[in-house]
Design a protein around this ligand. Structure first.
Ligand code: FE2
Length: 233
């Protein structure tokens, strides 16, 4: 072969990632009043809970019962609208653009998390859900001298990705999220995550939510499916 120059190729059109994991981080504006109302609502719930709930992933702190989004308080109704919009936008970005119209229904379960100095959430995922949302209401006052204080960390489940790789690329296996009031993040519910110990003053409040997406299948009718019935004693 002669040493002719290689043809020019636009490699940006040739490079993509495989096995992608969708992730959304959006900072909602003008949420101060809404966040204050949610803060007051959650504080009142915690005050009136004489069982000291600790039933999910929290180590210390407090987590509310589920179905928070079913409340009719205006601040909660607005938060639910924001979550619905975010999930629908995500679905719009994910579905293949083949010209077909698709209709989705969202099923929510949500709860409040309250962290104070020393509290954290152990590594966990959210079973029986498709997407998980975290919305930050209050950041508290994390001690800036303590690394990771109160930060959410999402963990890449593919352990092999850390074996050999070029560091400091878009493929880094640890993702950290700072609690910023108004910030909403979405990730698949199977992604393991944790909240590092909150060290500081004040109260760190977030609203967590699990979402299941049900698609309306327009081409099929109930009678098109075989129905399996089971009865057990
Ligand atoms: Fe979680």
């Amino acid at each position: 072969m002669t040493e002719e120059a290689l043809p020019t190729i636009d490699f940006q059109q040739s490079i993509s990632t495989m096995f992608g994991t969708p992730f959304v981080s959006v900072d909602w504006p003008d949420v101060e009043e809404m966040n204050q109302q949610i803060y007051d609502l959650v504080a009142a719930e915690e005050q009136s809970d004489d069982q000291g709930r600790g039933i999910r992933s929290n180590a210390g702190g407090w987590q509310s019962r589920g179905n928070l989004l079913m409340r009719s308080d205006p601040c909660i109704v607005r938060l639910k609208q924001m979550m619905e919009t975010t999930i629908f936008e995500l679905l719009g970005a994910l579905v293949r653009k083949d010209g077909s119209e698709r209709t989705f229904t969202l099923l929510f379960d949500s709860w409040a998390n309250v962290c104070r100095n020393g509290n954290y959430n152990v590594v966990h995922s959210h079973p029986n859900a498709m997407y998980s949302i975290v919305y930050y209401v209050s950041s508290g006052e994390p001690d800036e001298s303590i690394p990771y204080s109160g930060m959410l960390e999402l963990l890449d489940p593919r352990e092999a990705t850390t074996f050999i790789q070029v560091t400091n690329t878009i493929l880094d296996a640890r993702m950290f999220i700072t609690n910023r009031p108004g910030r909403m993040v979405v990730f698949p519910s199977w992604v393991k995550h944790m909240v590092h110990p909150f060290v500081g003053n004040g109260v760190r409040i977030s609203i967590a939510c699990n979402v299941n997406v049900v698609e309306e299948v327009r081409t099929s009718r109930p009678q098109d499916f075989e129905v399996a019935k089971s009865s057990r004693r």
